[in-house]
Design a protein around this ligand. Structure first.
Ligand SMILES: NC(=O)c1ccc[n+]([C@@H]2O[C@H](COP(=O)([O-])OP(=O)(O)OC[C@H]3O[C@@H](n4cnc5c(N)ncnc54)[C@H](O)[C@@H]3O)[C@@H](O)[C@H]2O)c1
Ligand SMILES: [Fe+2]
Length: 427
């Protein structure tokens, strides 16, 4: 997700609804220079994805939507958790009712690997379209496989931004967790186990052509996964709002995402089985945050969370939940006005406070939130003081480090990880 590398967006496959007829249409090449920060002297461009179908129960329309696209053979990509939750079956039923032929790959694992991407690509070599059903661990390998099917080679060849030349196979994303926002981002995160490295793979060609976002699908998410994925979404929104690459459109999206997520996350975690509004707002918030960080980038919470995932299998959302408050405290002084905007979204009154005290209040809100939520501390995942030197080395390589509000050294990362280790500690 390195936005400071000077890469540009390429061909984007977009789905247009025109007079009830749906078709794929390539959008013209939009060259973007990511080497400049988006202050008022710089140029930014927006190339949003295809269509979005959003609302309770909309997954039942999957088959008819695909039929309208004229596809006949699809590969559905998911994982065993989604099979057990009965969600995969809902999608398959909708395909069958519409007469769409499918093959199912349901073996995606947490932090999906190069090998998983290769297996999906092999299965999809004659397919018209991929359907990713799940969280980031299902939708991301579907996105990556879409590149391999048309471009060949190894997925390692496509690490970075726009490294593929041919348009990937079109993809439909059906998110089942309100977290990564992968349904609205041009990124896939694939783990290279040989290097214990989470590879960012990007390009507008892997933006889903159609998103079917049904908040009802998240009702079966258990509290600890609702908490972790929800904190990932909140991290996206806050990092996008405080990065060095902000611009007016991403600001609007990030603010609305923080508002929705800050209010909905506790009800979604603690009574997500009955609180339909909280589930709805979480899904909308995570989707908006996905758009926001696609343009505004992320910060060093993500640089810290990725090696925790690659080296210690700390779930992505857990890593961000633990790192976000510590990172906000570190960053706060670099842009206090932005951090001061955050507390009111958590219902805190900052009137009469100095900007810095308002910013501090925003940071406290996130510390308190993480304390309340069912998130396991880093020690639970085997992270110790001895781990920190190597973790800091890996965090230094994070693509979003140049985009963070405050410059960060290896020593800073060691201090930040040390503080993160104390969060949520039992006893
Ligand atoms: N592409 C992007 O823009 C982007 C952004 C952030 C993170 N990521 C990547 O996404 C991955 C993490 O994805 P994630 O946080 O969505 O989690 P995940 O996909 O790993 O899912 C976590 C668990 O939740 C289960 N689950 C999902 N939805 C469920 C439901 N509705 N009911 C019951 N169980 C359900 C899954 O079976 C799985 O066991 C990481 O690899 C991370 O690096 C990608
Ligand atoms: Fe994330």
């Amino acid at each position: 997700m390195n936005r400071a590398s000077g890469a540009g967006l390429s061909l984007c496959q977009t789905l247009f609804y025109q007079g009830g007829k749906t078709m794929f249409r390539p959008v013209a090449q939009i060259p973007l220079d990511y080497s400049v920060f988006k202050d008022k002297n710089s140029v930014f461009a927006w190339a949003p994805s295809g269509a979005i179908l959003f609302g309770n129960g909309c997954v039942a329309r999957t088959g008819q939507e695909l039929k309208r696209l004229g596809v006949s053979r699809v590969v559905v990509v998911s994982d065993q958790g989604l099979v057990k939750a009965g969600i995969v079956q809902k999608v398959l039923d909708a395909l069958e009712q519409a007469g769409v032929t499918y093959q199912l790959y349901d073996q995606c694992e947490a932090d999906p690997s190069v090998e998983t991407v290769e297996a999906i690509a092999a299965l999809a070599k004659d397919a018209d379209l991929l359907v990713g059903v799940g969280g980031g661990s299902s939708i991301d390998p579907a996105k990556a496989a879409a590149i391999l099917v048309t471009n060949g080679g190894s997925i390692r060849d496509y690490q970075g931004c726009d490294k593929f030349s041919k348009a990937p196979l079109p993809l439909v994303a059906i998110p089942t967790a309100a977290g990564t926002g992968t349904e609205t981002t041009p990124f896939a995160v694939i783990t290279d186990r040989q290097r214990a490295w989470k590879m960012p793979i990007g390009g507008t060609g892997i933006m889903p052509a159609l998103v079917i976002a049904d908040p009802e699908l998240t009702y079966s998410l258990p509290p600890h996964i609702t908490a972790a994925t929800g904190m990932d979404a909140l991290t996206h929104a806050i990092e996008a709002y405080t990065s060095r690459c902000t611009e007016p459109i991403s600001d609007a999206l990030a603010i609305q995402a923080i508002k929705l997520l800050a209010k909905a996350i506790r009800p979604a975690v603690f009574r997500g089985d009955i609180d339909r509004d909280a589930r709805y707002d979480m899904m909308m918030g995570s989707m908006l945050a996905g758009y926001a960080f696609t343009s505004a980038s992320l910060g060093i919470s993500h640089c810290m969370a990725h090696p925790l995932g690659a080296m210690y299998h700390v779930p992505h959302g857990v890593g961000n939940a633990i790192c976000l408050p510590v990172v906000m405290e570190f960053n706060m002084g670099a842009w206090p006005e932005r951090y001061a905007d955050i507390a009111p979204f958590f219902g805190e009154d900052v009137s009469g406070l100095s900007v810095l005290d308002g910013a501090r209040k925003g940071v406290e809100c996130v510390y308190r939130l993480v304390e309340d939520l069912p998130i396991q501390p880093l020690e639970h995942w085997g992270v110790t003081l001895q781990s920190l030197d190597q973790l800091a080395d890996e965090a230094m390589k994070g693509g979003d480090r140049p985009n963070n509000a405050r410059m960060t050294t290896k020593e800073d990362f060691i201090r930040l990880y040390t503080k993160a280790l104390t969060l949520k500690k039992q006893g």
